[in-house]
Design a protein around this ligand. Structure first.
Ligand code: TUI
Length: 315
């Protein structure tokens, strides 16, 4: 059995978080992951406070286990959702796409464990000074908004830089990835793409099909020109966007406009041409739909086997 200090810190059975995926990670998915022994996470994405409060209450009705909320810091409603998580006293708040320190005092005072997603050593150190309970080091293999560094390079640097539990994210989809993350010094992992195809995930069926079908070179990074790089599965939308980014006659405003509504079109409408299907490079290795709880037990059974054999090259 695999146990790490993260399990004790949060009262969870397996040291695994489900990533907060915009328009995808709702109360049902979060509760299924928490009931399976991991930490389920509701994505607050660009939603307002009322929607989030309803989702938090729904998750509370579906599970007695701890769960979290991911706050996307570029959201136009960030102040409102930051207040809602404090009022609802969720167990864990993770953050993404920015620096969460201005909210952390309020969250910590509400008894919330704050676990920021970081893509650099500097932000990890800032998070520690502001009272983070742990950090999630997310490499550029992941889906959605990404930093520059890979998981392999980022995780050990964050482990060395802070005196906090570190979770690894980006490019992890099976037990081998979990074992590798532990070798880099992580005490937990966060997976998004693999949970996207969970039975309990309510994302549009076309989205799941795209992830299940994707091969090794089927994701692309766009958005660098506007300073918000995102990884998604290649399709008409991402190819057009990529071309427009390198076309000097397209203005930044036009480019910004091209992206509006594209996540909704993918996740809710399943629009294969105009949607932005955010997913990680690990999509290539995500090949079956199954219950969230089964994903967790399968991954940790495999990780245990890999770790038990880890000494085979050492004499
Ligand atoms: O946040 C994510 N993944 C996301 S957010 C999202 S919604 C979105 N859509 C379009 C554009 C932007 C966002 C879809 N996927 N992952 C966590 C993450 N955070 N990855 C990288 C970062 C990050 C990057 C820069 C965190 C902080 C940062 O700079 C902090 C600073 O100092 O301002």
């Amino acid at each position: 059995m695999i146990k790490t200090p993260l399990c004790e810190l949060l009262g969870i059975e397996y040291p695994i978080f489900q990533g907060g995926m915009a328009w995808i990670a709702d109360a049902e998915l979060a509760a299924a992951v928490s009931n399976g022994g991991g930490l389920g996470i509701i994505s607050a994405m660009n939603a307002g406070g009322d929607w989030l409060r309803e989702q938090i209450r729904k998750a509370k009705s579906l599970t007695d286990k701890p769960f979290g909320v991911n706050i996307m810091l570029m959201s136009p409603h960030v102040d409102e959702v930051a207040q809602v998580v404090a009022e609802e006293k969720v167990a864990v708040v993770t953050t993404g796409a920015g620096n969460p320190t201005r909210f952390m005092e309020k969250w910590i005072a509400a008894g919330i464990k704050v676990i920021p997603v970081v893509a650099s050593v500097a932000l990890a150190k800032m998070a520690q000074r502001a009272g983070a309970a742990a950090v999630i080091a997310e490499g550029g293999e992941s889906g959605g908004h990404v930093g520059d560094l890979t998981t392999m390079v980022l995780v050990p640097q964050i482990v060395d830089a802070v005196d906090l539990p570190v979770l690894a994210a980006g490019g992890i989809g099976d037990g081998r990835g979990v074992a590798a993350a532990f070798m880099l010094g992580a005490v937990g992992v966060q997976l998004g793409t693999r949970f996207l195809v969970a039975n309990e995930c309510n994302v549009h069926e076309n989205y799941k099909k795209k992830v299940l079908k994707a091969g090794d070179v089927d994701t692309i990074m766009t958005g660098k020109r506007l300073g918000h790089p995102v990884r998604s599965i290649k399709n008409q939308f991402s190819r057009n966007y990529f071309k427009a980014e390198y076309d000097g006659s397209v203005t930044d405003e036009e480019l910004e406009q091209m992206g509006v509504g594209s996540l909704y079109k993918a996740a809710v409408e399943g629009n294969e041409k105009e949607g932005s299907f955010l997913a990680g490079q690990i999509s290539a290795m995500v090949n079956k739909e199954q219950p969230a709880a089964e994903i967790i037990t399968e991954i940790f059974t495999e990780a245990e086997e890999v770790l038990k054999g880890a000494g085979k090259w050492v004499r």
